[in-house]
Structures are given as C-alpha cells and as structure tokens.
Design a protein around this ligand. Structure first.
Ligand code: PGA
Length: 252
C-alpha cells in the first residue's frame, strides 16, 4: 500500500450506547497505530456520542439524503450529519441499493449533496455473484462508477471508493487476491479516465468479509488502499487486528 491505509468500520444497524466502549477502545489503540487512518460509521443515533468519545478516529454515517433539508420524514441530510460530528458518509452500499432501490443516479446525488455540505464520501460499488459468474464484474463496476461518482469542483479530492462484491459481504467468502487486484486496477483506470491524473491519489478500499485473519493478504493486493469492514468492526478486538495488519502492510 503506497498511501496511508484507511480502515473504516461500518457498524450497519448494530449498536446502542453500550457499544461506545468499543469505539473508545478502538480510538485509544489508534494512537499506537498512527500510520493507519481509522474511522467508524456507527448508526445515526450514535454519531454524536461516538464523536464525543473518540479523539483520533474519524466518525461518519452510513447514508444521507441528497437534499439540504425539507419535507422528508425520517431522512437525514448531510448538513445534519456534519452538525452531529460526522466527517464523512458512506453512499451506495449494496444493502442500500438492495433494500431501498437506490440507483446510481441516487447515489451520485447523495455524494454531491454530502460534498456540498463539507463531508467526505466513501462510494461503494460491487458486482453480484451472478454478474461475476457471467464474467461481467468489471463491466458492472465500471458502469456503477460512471453513474455514481460525484462531479464538480474538488469532487475527486473528497472521494474514497470501496469495492465490495455483494456476494462477499457477510458471507465469509472473498475473491482471490488476483481477482481483488485486477478489479482494483480496473477501478483505478476508470477513476483516471473520469477525473484525470489526480485520481491516482484516490484510495480504493476492499470490503467483504475482511477479518484479522485474511487482512494482511488482502492488503498486499494491487491498489488496495485499506478496507471497509462490517462484522469484524463490531468489537475493538477484531477490528484492531485488521488495523494492525494494515500498519504491518505498510512496513512490509
Ligand atoms: P462484512 O461487511 O465485513 O460484514 O462482510 C462489509 C460491508 O458491508 O461493508
């Protein structure tokens, strides 16, 4: 990994205030592992409290509404997230795309709304198992990037891309290291074709069943700049194993 690795925990719909102890433990340990940029995306209800507990790590959200505000019952705008202490937001997660029918255009609008509100964005892309089996994985991901990457001034500086094959999320299965490398190279190429040479700096995270046991190997794959971690980010113990692997990878 050439750049400072970025390891982000996505708590999904997990966590009550009792879990703040995990956030605190992750934050304290991050002090020893300053070579790694660490962040957590807890549920909305814990963003403010997590920001208050954590000094070093980034805190973000898992989604936002594209508009600044208005008559959208139950939704949360990027400006509200920023006010609650978030520094970034994940957009386009496959669970949002599947559960809420979010299209690439929706994801792009959310990403642009988030950047306008002063947040950074982690944009998720990834193919289904059927698409991979049909040999269409790279085509599908390229199409998602074309449709959902935010445009506008400074957009490229605010974006991190997370490649998360849908079939690897929460399943314990991961692509081969060669397949991860091939997809990350393809994503880099696409980013450069969309944003120009500055896109060489954009970090591309891998997500999908990353654990302390497989992290070191995954971090060695081409163009992997870190990880987006679901299940294994829920306890400090398992998440810190991944962060330590990222710190090691940097030295290796
Ligand atoms: P997982 O989830 O690590 O539990 O597979 C990753 C994600 O959905 O971001």
């Amino acid at each position: 990994m050439a750049q400072r690795p970025y390891v982000v925990g996505n708590w999904k719909m997990h966590g009550t205030r009792a879990m703040l102890a995990e956030a605190r433990a992750i934050d304290r340990a991050a002090e020893r592992l300053i070579k790694v940029q660490v962040a957590l995306a807890p549920p909305y209800t814990l963003i403010h409290a997590t920001r208050n507990e954590a000094v070093l790590i980034g805190v973000g959200a898992q989604d936002c509404h594209p508009a600044d505000g208005g008559a959208h019952t139950g939704d949360i705008s990027a400006a509200m997230l920023k006010d609650a202490g978030a520094g970034f937001v994940i957009v386009g997660h496959s669970e949002r795309r599947a559960d809420h029918g979010e299209t690439d255009a929706d994801v792009k609008a959310k990403a642009e709304g988030a950047i306008a509100a002063g947040l950074e964005v982690i944009l998720c892309v990834g193919e289904s198992e059927a698409q991979r089996d049909a040999g269409e994985a790279e085509k599908v991901v390229a199409r998602q990037l074309e449709g959902s990457l935010p445009q506008g001034e400074n957009a490229a500086e605010k974006v991190t891309v997370a490649y998360e094959p849908v079939w690897a999320i929460g399943t314990g299965r991961t692509p081969s290291i060669d397949d991860i490398g091939a997809m990350h190279r393809a994503i880099r190429k696409k980013l450069v074709s969309i944003y120009g040479e500055g896109a060489g700096e954009i970090r591309i995270l891998y997500g999908g069943s990353v654990k302390a046991e497989n992290a070191a190997e995954i971090f060695e794959a081409d163009e992997v700049g870190g990880a987006l971690v679901g299940g294994a980010s829920l306890t400090a113990e398992s998440f810190l194993g991944i962060i330590a692997a990222a710190a090691e990878g940097l030295q290796g």
